[in-house]
Design a protein around this ligand. Structure first.
Ligand code: G
Ligand code: G
Ligand code: MN
Ligand code: NA
Length: 250
């Protein structure tokens, strides 16, 4: 299709860039990490968001070169930030099917000098529908190297307590739909409570996404969430603005 052809061209033409959204400690409000979010600066169509092209990239296999570019670029940039600020990248199942992927991540860490503990790999539960053994081995190998693993968009879609029991993870990211819903219904507030308790049971960091108001931040602080991400703290910022953001907030 047109977009698939255009994607292959855009990778060669280097039309992609990353923005970074801060994730802060709920108590301290200091930055723990930035989530790297991919954007495509199209010469005619302007900026295209990932929802518009990641599915096509997955369908065509172009997610492999594109995903590798994201890993390298995020590590390269994060290595210039003051520690301990880390970087989180989104990875999809097909990237783990490429058996060279984990080695590629390690190579990027080594070449950029980024400490492995400053890198988080975010996966959604849909990765577990790839080959379970491949996923378990890949995540275990990354974690034994010191890389952190986060379960993204938790609470929607395929969410299963069994995934927390079966797969080695460090962090639970609660889907941003809950941040809104928990303020509107007791049932959703109770659900957030339960997910945060789950996180504590599994001794993982809990991050609530989509925090847009002080009220939402207070709410999750009272209920013991570890971290917050959302427009209240900041939307995604351009690479060069990360240092400015860190200087303002430390
Ligand atoms: O800011 P936002 O519109 O960027 O992100 C939309 C969605 O795109 C999110 O669900 C996010 O996980 C996904 N996304 C952003 N960057 C990447 C990336 O580099 N790789 C993959 N696979 N998904 C990404
Ligand atoms: O990987 P993930 O699905 O979490 O990607 C983050 C997405 O959420 C991006 O599209 C980003 O722009 C968006 N986002 C980040 N903060 C907020 C927020 O506070 N509110 C809403 N509605 N969206 C947000
Ligand atoms: Mn994410
Ligand atoms: Na998410």
């Amino acid at each position: 299709s047109a977009i698939e052809h255009d994607l292959a061209r855009a990778i060669r033409a280097d039309e992609f860039f990353l923005e970074y959204q801060p994730i802060v400690g709920v108590e301290s409000r200091t930055v723990r990490a930035f989530e790297a979010l991919l954007r495509w600066q199209h010469p005619e169509k302007g900026r295209i968001m990932p929802d518009m092209f990641i599915p096509a990239a997955e369908k065509t296999g172009l997610i492999l070169p594109l995903g590798n570019w994201v890993v390298r670029e995020a590590c390269r940039e994060a290595a210039t930030w003051p520690a301990p600020a880390g970087v989180a990248i989104n990875v999809v199942g097909d990237q783990f099917k490429d058996r060279a992927f984990v080695g590629y991540v390690k190579q990027c860490l080594m070449e950029t000098g980024l400490a492995p503990g400053r890198l988080t790999i975010e996966v959604t539960e849909s990765v577990f529908s790839v080959d379970e053994t491949v996923i378990r081995e890949s995540l275990s190998e990354l974690r034994s190297h010191g890389v952190r693993v986060a379960l993204d968009d938790f609470g929607i879609g395929f969410s299963s307590i069994n995934n927390l029991r079966a797969f080695p993870i460090d962090q639970l990211k609660i889907d941003r739909s809950f941040a809104r819903a928990m303020m509107e219904s007791k049932r959703d507030a109770d659900l957030v409570d339960i997910i945060l308790k789950l996180g504590r049971t599994f001794q993982v960091t809990t991050t609530v996404e989509g925090i847009e108001s002080e009220g939402q931040l207070d709410f999750i602080r009272q209920r013991g969430a570890s971290e917050a991400q959302g427009y209240l703290i900041s939307g995604p910022v351009a690479g060069p603005d990360v240092m400015r953001f860190l200087a303002q907030t430390d």
